[in-house]
Design a protein around this ligand. Structure first.
Ligand SMILES: CCCCCCCC/C=C\CCCCCCCC(=O)N[C@@H](CC(N)=O)C(=O)O
Ligand SMILES: [Zn+2]
Ligand SMILES: [Zn+2]
Length: 533
């Protein structure tokens, strides 16, 4: 059967018809070659990246039996529940439930008798409400490391909770409910449980390490972690081997192409800017109002900001790296996509933008968090103010974000004031030669056996900012599982952690304390740490 193409119709001279036909054939061939070459490049890149990462990262660590006893996990859950009953709330810098912090200090002292009476451990209260533990190692001359968490929690909206937020309720022996369960008393108790068990077993850590529990992380860390950092400096501590603080949890159902859980280790964190917007009006009688009020002008400016989010920066920051690390572990289709963001970037960007949690990875986010205006129902408002909290993508700067905001608002009546700002953190080493990163990764995989460990940019902020001068090795990771549906529990209602996941958190910190000692036994070799266990 001969196919009749439009240019083959009678009426077109035969010579032209032949020429046209050949040209179309040539074009089709060129197109096919192009598609074939493209597919080849895409697959080749995927295979190349997979090969590089396989070689770099070595095998999955052997299963270890050296873990915390599971038999007492309920007892440990109850101790965490006890800590969750203490409302150590931070409202603002210098506005906190101070008495609750003293109660928590006493509670921790009573709950961990071995730590608090051990000759190798020194506990200090820093700036009245923070805690610093120094665990003296048996082998001197090694750079100490620091484990961080925080004692304070954000306020609650009691009405939305199924169980009282400060009730320390354990539902069906399964979930421990309470403000701070995952942010971040789970971290505090997790570290202390691990150390208590370690010392109870008669183990003496080889290297010195610090445990820093700031008391105002939720409102900047100025009074807590900053003071701890100053104290360390005064004591002549110039360098820390690594800092491990709160960060992303292990999550599943999040990465298309794999059903395995993904443990993202924060190797950097987004910058931040808190900008106050204000409009001044002229007060007067509400029966003859001006055409535009201070509240109306400000509300319109805020609406413009919400409708014009900052552009996606997907692919321009370290997040590209994260997908390359995931690529070797996903199905062939996604392997090709994740290894070739230069080609599939727009498609991925579109997908990521569709949910708030993934959107936070691709751009500087804009959150209007406070709004005040007006004094009485029949007075034209004399002023209106709002606060906008930006979390800045590493490919942008504070100045760029402020300039963008000014341009979008485009109204000289709206005054902008930067209340607080900070650029994103430098990216910490996370390659095969970073023994510290590999140690964290190995510890994760010893506990979360199925997890894919990948470097990522942490989308929120932590106390690590105060330790930036001590080390380039800052890692942000929360050793517990959180499902996509659990993400709203952060700073939201019904925060909880399961007994099983809290046990994993304790085990993770236990492995870190053991594995960090192996680092010095291995003399910080440049070979991948994963291969050494
Ligand atoms: C491909 C993308 C997958 C996305 C998976 C995301 C799963 C992430 C789940 C949770 C992220 C929750 C972040 C918790 C933040 C905890 C730290 C915090 O609250 N910090 C405060 C205080 C401060 N230091 O500034 C903050 O405001 O950032
Ligand atoms: Zn936190
Ligand atoms: Zn928080």
């Amino acid at each position: 059967m001969t196919v009749m193409f439009p240019w083959m119709r009678r009426g077109i001279p035969r010579r032209c018809r032949c020429l046209l036909h050949s040209a179309v054939q040539l074009l089709c061939c060129a197109f096919a070659v192009f598609i074939f070459a493209l597919l080849f490049i895409l697959f080749f890149r995927a295979i190349l990246i997979q090969h590089r990462l396989d070689v770099e990262l070595g095998a999955r660590p052997e299963e270890t039996k050296d873990l915390v006893d599971e038999a007492r996990s309920m007892e440990r859950a109850e101790r965490l529940a006890g800590a969750l009953k203490i409302p150590t709330i931070s409202y603002k810098t210098d506005q906190q439930e101070t008495q609750a912090f003293h109660t928590l200090h006493d509670y921790l002292q009573k709950s961990f008798p071995i730590i608090h009476s051990h000759p190798a451990v020194k506990r200090e209260i820093v700036n009245e409400l923070s805690l610093l533990y120094t665990v003296h190692g048996t082998k001197s001359g090694n750079i100490p490391y620091l484990l961080a968490s925080h004692l304070d929690v954000v306020p609650v909206n009691e009405k939305g909770w199924a169980h009282p937020p400060f009730g320390g309720f354990i539902a069906n022996n399964t979930y421990i409910y309470g403000r701070g369960a995952i942010d971040d008393k789970g971290g505090v108790l997790g570290i202390l449980e691990a150390l208590e068990y370690l010392l109870e077993q008669g183990y003496r850590p080889h290297r010195t390490f610090f445990i820093a529990f700031g008391h105002d992380e939720e409102v900047s860390g100025k009074r807590g972690a900053q003071e701890i950092a100053k104290l360390l400096q005064q004591r002549g501590i110039k360098e820390l081997d690594f800092v491990l603080d709160e960060g992303f949890p292990v999550s599943d159902e999040l990465i298309p192409g794999t059903s395995r859980p993904v443990a993202m280790v924060g190797v950097s964190e987004k910058g931040t800017a808190t900008v106050e917007l204000s409009v001044t009006g002229t007060p007067g009688h509400s029966s003859f109002p001006p055409a535009e009020s201070a509240i109306g002008i400000l509300a319109a400016a805020l609406a413009r900001l919400e409708h014009n989010p900052l552009p996606s920066m997907f692919g321009y920051g370290p997040e590209k790296n994260m997908f390359e690390y995931i690529a070797p572990h996903v199905s062939s289709f996604y392997k090709t996509v994740y290894s070739n963001l230069w080609f599939f970037g727009k498609m991925m960007e579109y997908k990521m933008e569709s949910q708030p949690i993934t959107n936070a990875f691709v751009r500087t986010t804009t959150a209007i968090t406070l709004f005040h205006g007006g004094v009485k129902e029949n007075i034209v408002p004399p002023s209106a103010t709002a606060v906008v909290n930006f979390r800045i993508h590493p490919a942008q700067t504070v100045n760029e974000v402020v300039d963008y905001t000014r341009n979008i608002i485009a109204d000289p009546r709206v005054q902008l004031k930067i209340k607080r700002s900070r650029e994103s953190h430098p990216v910490s080493p996370h390659g095969p030669h970073s023994v510290q990163y590999q140690m964290v990764s190995t510890s994760i995989r010893q506990i979360f056996r199925q997890a894919i460990v990948v470097p990522a940019v942490f989308i929120a902020n932590t106390d690590t900012r105060w330790y930036l001068n001590f080390t380039t090795n800052l890692y942000r990771f929360l050793p517990t599982m959180v499902k996509l549906s659990d993400v709203p529990r952060y700073h939201g209602n019904n925060e909880r952690i399961s007994v099983e996941h809290f046990h994993q958190a304790v085990n993770f910190y236990y492995r870190v304390m053991k594995n960090a000692d192996l680092l010095i036994l291995n003399g910080h070799t440049t070979r991948p740490f994963a291969a050494e266990l």
